[in-house]
Design a protein around this ligand. Structure first.
Ligand SMILES: Cc1cc2nc3c(=O)[nH]c(=O)nc-3n(C[C@H](O)[C@H](O)[C@H](O)COP(=O)(O)O)c2cc1C
Length: 363
């Protein structure tokens, strides 16, 4: 026998482990390394989970989960103890019969085939840990990370920037959570939001799915967080976001669009104000240089593919590798973007809080 190295843990000093299968009894997380005496209540975590929950609107999966979080340890009288924080969310609405056929047939572009190749066994009902249900633990842990970051004056805001061909123009310096939460699609530009909602509805009715792009900003990050070589801030952010289900692309700062510019156009020139505070009027670097924050807002984008499970017959194979076809069944997100917004914020917060702890340990 050998020991499988299939980590479900993330972070170095602020370390999160998630657990649970989509149709198992519960999902959750253990957060180790959270500093003591941080204000933390069940409500603070619940409000983030409510943003991630299925069944919020017609645009998302209709699985009925209250996603009520129980804090099992690490908190006393509304303050963290500095000991491991156990977070549990019970699964309430697993409907295994929707997955009967998927026991024997692999969903195209889902994780079923790859899991079988790796483990020789798979929690076929509900997609196991490949289901976005696993992100419940991340969002719960991310809510704690956000609380810690608040003490550093850091806020993280994500939004839906693009759904298929519909793109909104959002200013990362000004966008607020209230604007993001104003529509069920979580695009802070109301005109674009209305178009996106209509489009996702149309796609859903056709039994199809679409993807898009999420933008995210972290404001208030001081200069000096990050690491110079393998744990560069943008490398850790890329890993954090690409570890999300359905995430297929990551950009830091101007990303790929920056390749259309020359150095003369692209460089962020430094200035010092009257208080000798250094700033750059442009922010094409996305607040990170040499893997370390430079004090400007950290701006990133993440691309999410169209949901794999669709209500159309497509070619696939059985677990015995016979050719067959499969039509998706059950309750699925026609577009994962609206629910991915709080998940992206959680992952960005987890990376930042870990680097905040690492910077504190250095000084
Ligand atoms: C918020 C969110 C909701 C999702 N909902 C579904 C869903 O309802 N049906 C589905 O097939 N995939 C859904 N996914 C994506 C799958 O979990 C993912 O595509 C699958 O695990 C395969 O992984 P990969 O796409 O990263 O390769 C969702 C992803 C996210 C982030």
């Amino acid at each position: 026998m050998y020991t499988a190295n299939v980590s479900s843990s993330f972070g170095t000093l602020f370390r999160v482990t998630t657990f649970g299968e989509s149709h198992g009894p519960a999902v959750g997380a253990v957060v180790d390394g959270c500093p003591p005496r941080i204000e933390l209540t069940q409500e603070m975590i619940q409000s983030e989970l409510d943003r991630r929950r299925p069944g919020q609107s017609n645009l998302v999966s209709q699985r009925k989960e209250s996603d009520t979080v129980e804090i099992l340890s690490g908190v006393l009288d509304g303050l963290t103890l500095g000991t491991p924080i156990g977070l549990l969310v019970r699964n309430e609405d697993a409907r295994s019969r929707d997955y009967d056929e998927m026991r024997e047939k692999y969903r195209p572009s889902h994780a079923d085939f790859a899991y079988d190749q790796k483990f020789g066994i798979r929690a076929w009902s509900g997609g196991g840990r490949a289901s976005a249900r696993e992100t419940v633990g991340r969002v719960a842990a991310g809510a704690i990370a956000k609380q810690v970051l608040k003490g550093f004056g850091v806020e993280v805001v994500a939004w839906v920037e693009k759904v298929h061909h519909l793109t909104a123009s959002i200013d990362p310096l000004l966008v607020t959570t209230e604007q993001v939460e104003a529509t069920p699609v979580r695009c802070p530009d109301s005109e674009s939001a209305a178009q996106m909602i209509a489009y996702i509805e149309e796609v859903r009715k056709a039994g199809n799915s679409v993807g898009g792009v999420i933008g995210c900003v972290a404001r208030g990050v001081p200069a000096g967080w990050g690491a110079p070589i393998f744990d560069k801030l943008e490398a850790d952010l890329a890993k954090a976001l690409l570890s999300l289900p359905a995430c297929k692309g990551f950009e830091s700062g101007d990303g790929f669009a920056g390749t259309n510019l020359t150095g003369l156009e692209h460089n962020d020139e430094f200035y010092a104000d009257d208080e000798k505070h250094v700033y750059t009027p442009t922010n094409r670097s996305g607040g990170i240089q040499g893997g370390i924050s430079n004090g400007q807002p950290i701006t990133i984008h993440a691309a999410f593919k169209p949901t794999a499970t669709i209500m159309h017959e497509q070619h696939t194979v059985t677990t015995e590798h016979e050719n067959t076809t499969l039509k998706g069944r059950g309750r699925h997100d026609p577009c994962v973007l609206p629910r991915a917004v709080p998940i992206v914020e959680a992952m960005v917060a987890l990376v930042l809080v870990d680097h905040a702890m690492r910077q504190r340990a250095l000084s």
